[in-house]
Design a protein around this ligand. Structure first.
Ligand SMILES: [Mn+2]
Length: 474
């Protein structure tokens, strides 16, 4: 674990980084927020901003009409409790602006805790009611589905993706495959912005859980410290509410009866066998089959019965399906085997992809979870330069890995960066099973901020889970 002194995100370093990004003539940027810099002109002159309604009941600095206008802050929740497209657009603009113009500790002046609470409660209510594997259907002739992989707190790239793909709409569905937080510096803003879309369009936007939406990962890879830095003495409250919301996120989706998506991918069967027992109905014992030689592929029915409301998916015991779905990786070797590199989840071969597709009459698996750093170490599998790879091509269909965080990770110990593109997939009628890939570059320059984790000491990818530490953090 990082000690407090290891954490580079002290107040003094944060302030210096922020000062560099703000008007040097303004000694107190907090009290007198400046309009966005010229590099933001494109964003702030957009139709989405022009269409946003805003009340004039606060004491914002007046900006000449020709200048880009700072957002109306603080954001307040609509008095009727119903989010609108304009509200979500205003939230995007406010987060983008704050990330470039305010120190992280000023986020509560943009999004007060009460507004955070209402947004997260509204989203949690919706998410907890969704099944483990959501069925996405009911499309019209012009409907499309945008599938998004890991985004890891790279707020500006997520905003770009939404703008380029087209924001969620009646005929534009979105499925996000998890890993919203950690590593990148704007995990909280990214997650909240996606929650806002979920609350506004619950039957158009689907948010699945990634392995980073957990207590263990967020305590190691930055999100917990990010929240504490941004919300100060209310930070613990905000972090706890986020963890509660993570527990509600569904694990997988099936799009148009043909496409299975999940963060990690496939999962084992956890079939239980009642022991022979003499008489009476008490003491019914259950034998689990956790050994490698008895691993078999799980069914969608088993997936639907898993208990997903856990802070950290367990790697042992009876409830193994959530850990598999969130942590597993494909392999070029046939069969199912324990994922020794990660210490949780499985490796599955092309034969398992074929068996799963065939058994459930599917054509495509879209999973995420592996960025350029992870793929550098996986012989036999493609690199993540373009933001996606086609890993298995089998008789019944394909397995794709999709990664949507370009120029990842945001903080890196070496000079040499991966310079990977991110990608998203568009699925179109009538069958939604021929993926159209869209690769995109990172937004530059990223606002300069300090990391919230010790990126030089924390291992690159998520492999080699420190299980002992996970026990303590559970
Ligand atoms: Mn992941």
């Amino acid at each position: 674990m990082l000690s407090e002194s290891d954490c580079p995100n002290t107040n003094s370093t944060t302030t210096s980084a922020v000062t560099a990004a703000t008007d040097p003539n303004s000694p107190s940027p907090d009290l007198n927020p400046k309009p966005p810099s010229s590099s933001d002109d494109d964003f702030f002159s957009s139709a989405s901003f022009a269409s946003s309604s805003s009340s004039d009941d606060n004491n914002q600095t007046q900006i000449p009409p020709s200048s880009p206008t700072p957002p109306q802050i603080p954001i307040s929740y609509p008095s009727d409790g119903i989010l609108t497209r304009d509200w979500v657009m205003d939230l995007i603009i406010a987060f983008d602006w704050a990330s470039r113009n305010l120190p992280p500790s000023e986020l509560p002046s943009v999004l007060p805790v009460q507004v955070f609470d209402t947004l997260v409660l509204s989203a949690s209510k919706i998410l907890h009611k969704e099944p483990n594997c959501v069925s996405i259907e009911g499309f019209g002739p012009n409907s499309s589905v945008v599938v998004v992989g890991d985004v890891h707190g790279q707020l500006h790239d997520v905003i770009f993706l939404l703008r380029e793909a087209g924001f969620p709409a009646d005929d534009r569905f979105f499925v996000f495959n998890g890993d919203y937080v950690d590593r990148g510096a704007w995990g909280l803003e990214t997650f909240l912005l996606l929650l806002a879309w979920k609350v506004f369009m619950p039957h158009r936007v689907y948010l699945l859980r990634g392995n980073h939406e957990s207590k263990y990962c967020t305590s190691v890879y930055g999100f917990e410290k990010e929240v504490l830095a941004k919300y100060g003495d209310r930070g613990k409250h905000v972090y706890r509410k986020c963890l509660g919301c993570f527990e509600g996120l569904p694990l997988a989706s099936i799009i148009a009866d043909r496409v299975y998506t999940a963060h990690g991918g496939l999962f084992r069967s956890v079939t239980t066998t009642p022991l022979k027992r003499p008489k009476g109905k008490k003491n019914r014992k259950i034998i689990l089959s956790p050994e490698a030689n008895s691993l078999s592929l799980g069914s969608l029915e088993e997936l639907s019965k898993a208990r997903r409301s856990v802070l950290d998916p367990p790697w042992e015991g009876a409830n193994l399906i959530p850990g598999d779905v969130l942590w597993s990786d494909p392999s070029m070797n046939p069969g199912l085997s324990p994922n020794a590199e990660r210490g949780i989840g499985l490796l599955w071969g092309p034969d398992c992809t074929e068996a799963f597709l065939k058994k459930f009459n599917l054509k495509l698996i879209i999973r995420s979870h592996e960025g350029p750093d992870a793929r550098e170490k996986r012989s036999g599998l493609g690199g993540m330069d373009e933001g996606y790879t086609i890993d298995h091509v089998v008789e019944s269909g394909k397995l794709i890995t999709l990664f949507s965080a370009p120029d990842y990770p945001q903080f890196q110990a070496t000079e040499e960066r991966y310079k990977n593109k991110g990608a998203y997939i568009v699925l179109e009628p009538p069958y939604f099973d021929s993926p159209v890939f869209h690769s995109f570059k990172a937004i530059t320059p990223r606002p300069k901020v300090n990391p919230y984790y010790d990126y030089e000491d924390v291992i690159d990818s998520d492999e080699e889970l420190d299980l002992a530490s996970m026990v303590q953090s559970s």
